[in-house]
Design a protein around this ligand. Structure first.
Ligand code: COA
Length: 177
């Protein structure tokens, strides 16, 4: 359990699958993700079950705890493709609960996740890929300290257009500054 000021990152629960299915089948959300095919309950349950033995993936649910209200699930996040030799990982985050996007929660989530990656997992580098039109995500990543290190031109076709994919990363030596 990782506690922030207004949110906490907690273990996943099977009962959350319902919400994940709703969000991951919503084009307003998936336009920013790699996923574009319909996601079935079977697929999501299989993913959930496989996490138990997946050593290189760590996924948290994002729970809103602000105002001491009942905890509310608003999304999930995690570190994947963890490479224990090179001490790298790919980070991912999505806030599926649309009314809670753009309120600073994503930035708080990223800060907790990066701290966990560097302070607990002893990572040296955390990286991610983001579509060039996902300005909200890019701003959020910049605030946490991620920097652009390159881009793949016209690498994805979304909303009827080709878009660049931007590579971003943060190193432990930058994070500690
Ligand atoms: C990307 C995401 C995690 C960001 O979290 P968030 O809580 O919404 O973002 P934050 O409020 O912490 O920060 C967003 C920044 O973008 C700005 N912003 C918010 N909505 C915006 C919008 N629609 N367009 C442009 N900028 C926007 C905010 O003002 C803030 O910048 P500022 O602090 O300089 O003012 C979240 O929006 C999300 O999950 N989106 C859908 C899935 C996704 O894109 N995942 C990432 C895939 S790489």
């Amino acid at each position: 359990m990782l506690k922030g000021e207004r949110i906490k990152l907690a273990p996943l629960k099977r009962e959350y699958i319902e919400k994940f299915l709703e969000w991951l089948n919503d084009p307003e959300i998936t336009q920013f993700l790699i996923r574009y095919r319909p996601l079935t309950r079977d697929m999501e349950e299989e993913w959930f079950d496989n996490l138990k033995t997946e050593e290189n993936t760590i996924i948290f649910s994002i729970l809103l705890t602000e105002n001491n209200t009942k905890e509310k699930l608003i999304g999930n996040c995690g570190l994947q493709d963890i490479n224990w030799k090179d001490r790298t990982a790919v980070c991912g985050v999505f806030i599926g609960d649309k009314e809670n996007q753009g309120k600073g929660y994503g930035t708080e989530v990223l800060r907790l996740l990066v701290k966990y990656g560097f302070n607990t997992l002893n990572l040296n580098r955390i990286e991610l890929e983001v579509d060039d039109f996902n300005i909200r995500a890019i701003k959020c990543y910049n605030k946490v300290g991620f920097v652009e290190e390159g881009r793949k031109r016209q690498a994805v076709f979304k909303n009827g257009q080709y878009h660049d994919v931007i590579f971003m990363s943060i190193l432990v030596k930058e994070w500690k500054i």
